[in-house]
Design a protein around this ligand. Structure first.
Ligand code: BGC
Length: 427
């Protein structure tokens, strides 16, 4: 017998041309127990390392790993690839998705049922209601939650704060004053990535800081037209404009992790970003509260805007695949994995029954804040990260907010357009 030395054109496309074109390595590492193909957008240093924890967990169960990474924060590109894989009848074993997208695939009956794992692992008792609302559909578990991320965080360069005598700002005005101090000293105040999902990530922080939790909920979750086209929304855009003055000229198109690097490298004072940014600090060997600071965006201290990465599995009708999917779900939901993953990723565990001791200082505070916000009804889904409204609304907001950032659109026009775009997306 001769070993097969040549590849068919289709195989070339799959193993050589496509991965190269996508800039990714699609390595098949088959093990005796078979292999899983996992679509995700975890491509930054910290993200890829965190994903490695799952790969390692599977390897211990003798399950191989085929990575299908699609670069692009917040999963915008990944969701387009996932859609085309599913429509062409070739779904991966599993995929990372966010809230409303999971619901969407469940509605289309594309997902595997994970009730068996959830029951044997007691998931109903350990994952909070806010997560179950998306991780379950119609009473059935359709995904395994990795963690809880939250978007209302500021990441700060401690050396710059110390050098300039900047105290952690507790109010919006103090926040702006500290940015001015940094800017006057020649630093970039705000490390900013000009991509529409990042614009809206920062924008939702300003909505919360300007109008408080009730306003965030009525405008971005309930989509109340009166809240959308209100004086408070105009004031929100004014505050947003004020903040945008502290970004640098090279921000358009910048990836979020490159903005994080500006804070890490001492070029910029702050970045407003979800706590996946902390994964980059950790990956650079830096320690929370010692080498860098983390605090809730001033004006949002009593609330948490969250998102949670969910692993959905596809109904492949293949018993071995199903077995591997169940093993993967069990690993993701297990206490050890929830801690180990968050230690690298920057998040906090989604399970509420864990000892936060092994987590870093930011995550210990974050874990308590998520629970306290849940108790006070101020734990609210992030719009930019798929937990406040369906994708059609999210994309409409992305467009308006990005045009505001990239033009001199007046605040009242922006508020009016936002209300109109959301009306269009929901009618
Ligand atoms: C995801 C994170 C990810 C971030 C940046 C968010 O939507 O929940 O896991 O690190 O996007 O890519």
């Amino acid at each position: 017998m001769y070993a097969k030395m040549t590849r068919t054109p289709l195989e070339w496309l799959r193993y050589a041309v496509l991965p190269l074109a996508l800039g990714v390595a699609v390595g098949a590492h088959a093990q005796d127990g078979g292999e899983v193909e996992v679509l995700n957008w975890w491509t930054s240093g910290g993200e890829a390392k965190a994903l490695g924890a799952l790969k390692d967990g599977l390897a211990e169960e003798n399950i191989g790993w085929r990575n299908m990474p699609v670069a692009g924060g917040a999963g915008t590109n990944a969701m387009a690839v996932l859609r085309s894989r599913i429509t062409s009848g070739n779904p991966p074993t599993a995929a990372q998705v966010l809230g409303y997208d999971a619901r969407d695939w469940a509605e289309r009956d594309a997902l595997a049922n994970l009730d068996e794992v959830a029951q044997s692992e007691g998931w109903d008792d350990v994952f909070p209601a806010a997560i179950q609302a998306f991780a379950k559909y119609d009473g059935h578990w359709i995904s395994a939650p990795f963690e809880v991320h939250s978007t209302n965080w500021v990441w700060a360069n401690k050396a710059i704060m110390d050098e300039l005598g900047i105290e952690q700002p507790e109010s919006w005005d103090a926040f702006i004053a500290s940015l001015e101090t940094a800017q006057e000293a020649g630093y970039t105040g705000l490390a900013y990535g000009g991509q529409s999902w990042q614009d809206t990530t920062v924008f939702e922080n300003v909505v919360l800081a300007t109008g408080g939790a009730d306003f965030y909920r009525s405008s971005l979750i309930d989509l109340d037209p009166e809240a959308l086209d209100s004086d408070t929304m105009i004031e929100t855009f004014d505050n947003f404009r004020e903040l945008l003055a502290f970004k640098d000229d090279n921000s358009p198109g910048r990836d979020w992790n490159l903005a994080t690097a500006m804070v890490i490298n001492g070029d910029a004072l702050y970045q407003i970003m979800g706590d996946w940014a902390k994964g980059e600090f950790i990956n650079a060997g830096l320690q929370a509260d010692e080498d860098f600071m983390c605090f809730r965006t001033p004006g949002t201290q009593d609330a948490v805007t969250f998102n949670s990465d969910l692993m959905i599995m596809f109904d492949t009708g293949n018993a071995q695949q199903q077995q591997m999917q169940h093993t993967m779900a069990r690993i993701i939901g297990s206490p050890d994995f929830q801690i180990a993953f968050s230690q690298i990723k920057g998040s906090v565990p989604a399970r509420t029954d864990l000892d936060a001791g092994p987590l870093d200082a930011c995550a210990q505070r974050g874990y308590a804040q998520v629970q306290s916000a849940a108790e006070h009804d101020t734990l609210m889904g992030s719009l930019a990260h798929g937990y406040a409204a369906p994708a059609s609304v999210k994309n409409a907001v992305f467009d308006i907010v990005a045009s505001f950032v990239n033009s001199d659109m007046p605040s009242d026009v922006a508020a009016e357009q936002l209300a109109m775009a959301i009306r269009g997306a929901t009618s």
